[in-house]
Design a protein around this ligand. Structure first.
Ligand code: SAM
Length: 338
């Protein structure tokens, strides 16, 4: 049992660490085609600084870490960070969220350094559509990355697909079939509206926004799959994240639904986020942040840094307000650490 809990008595034991705001894709729903300000290197936490924060958070009760970004594998020598984090004795799960492009090069060394498992984002199995969504021609690299992760025992490999009406909803059955034919663990994620200075088409700004025009609720996604058989509820394959899991009879793989919009799971939220420049973010969908980099670089004692971590947890809101039209104002998902 964790020693950390927030003002709503939610146990907090999970830290998601963004190691970079850079990405080798530019998915249409995540980043504008061009023109985002990237953090200079000096503003990004060093691996030593990240490990210090993780160690203090672990002393407070965090026991699960996930590396994300931006694209975490574009940051040089990520394996060194994994090895540093794996040395923290009370951390029992280190995982990675990646677009998979560079995974074939790093899967083996990451596994040896102590990485337990990976989630791979993949929104289309079709070359042309993959390129349309990500603005890059890299599908075969991602597919090789999935195989490399499996071969290295980074399991279970979970495939995350952001479902977009009129864009990739015609592939829902193809993804679901892979849970039967290949034992894939696929998670369908509802598209969240993010208010940014360069919003996607049809998207309003200013912190108030309607649902994204491409949003498709999980209930409707399920209807698309009805021809494949009855989805039976099942236990999560690993982790205790927000997905609800199901499987088709005889499938070795599973189907998860992550429903931040149609059915929020804030009551169960156990996480904190650390941005690449060292700000703790209590909620993905609120702009509240607590800076750790400045006190860390000013030589603040561990106790003061721990107080800042506890303060971020204290500020965790009870729930987000997407359903009332409110979303973040300041950051793209790639800058928060999705
Ligand atoms: N580059 C890594 C990757 O692709 O997995 C990690 C960062 S990425 C921002 C993390 C996840 O956030 C991806 O699965 C991506 O699809 C998801 N994501 C980004 N913007 C989103 C949005 N508006 N709604 C739902 N999911 C989103």
């Amino acid at each position: 049992m964790t020693g950390l809990s927030d003002a709503f008595n939610r146990p907090i034991n999970y830290l998601r660490i963004s190691v970079t705001d850079r990405c080798n894709l530019r998915c249409t729903y995540c980043l504008p085609a061009e023109g985002t300000r990237l953090l200079p290197h000096s503003e990004i936490l060093t691996y030593e600084e990240i490990a210090t924060i993780a160690r203090l958070a672990a002393e407070l009760g965090i026991n699960k870490l996930r590396l994300t970004g931006g694209e975490p594998l574009v940051r040089a020598k990520l394996t060194e960070l994994v090895a540093m984090l794996a040395e923290i004795s009370t951390i029992d799960d280190i995982s990675l969220t990646t677009n998979g492009i560079l995974l074939k090069d790093y899967a083996s060394e990451l596994a040896q350094a102590g990485l337990k498992r990976v989630n791979i984002s993949l929104d289309s199995l079709r070359r042309d559509k993959f390129e349309r969504i990500t603005r890059h021609r890299k599908l075969s690299e991602v597919l090789q990355g999935i195989e490399a992760a499996k071969a290295c025992g980074l399991s279970p490999v979970k495939i995350n697909m952001v479902v977009m009406r009129g864009i990739n909803d015609d592939e829902l059955v193809d993804f679901a079939n892979l849970t039967i034919a290949e034992g894939w663990h696929v998670r369908f994620i509802e598209l969240m509206p993010f208010a940014t200075e360069n919003p996607p088409e049809g998207h309003s700004t200013g912190g108030k926004t309607n649902l994204h025009p491409q949003f498709m609720p999980a209930q409707e996604i399920t209807r698309h799959l009805s021809g494949l058989g009855t989805l039976e509820p099942c236990l999560p394959i690993a982790g205790n994240g927000p997905a609800k899991y199901f499987r088709f009879p005889h499938a070795t793989g599973t189907i998860g639904f992550i429903t931040p919009v149609s059915q929020h799971f804030c009551f169960n939220c156990n996480r904190l986020r650390l941005t690449a420049e060292g700000r703790l973010r209590p909620c993905l969908l609120s702009d509240e942040e607590v800076d750790l980099r400045q006190p860390l670089r000013d030589g603040a004692p561990p106790q003061e840094l721990k107080q800042a971590i506890t303060e971020a947890i204290r500020r965790k809101p009870g729930k987000h307000h997407l359903s009332e039209g409110a979303t973040t104002q300041k950051r793209h998902m790639s800058q928060v650490g999705g």
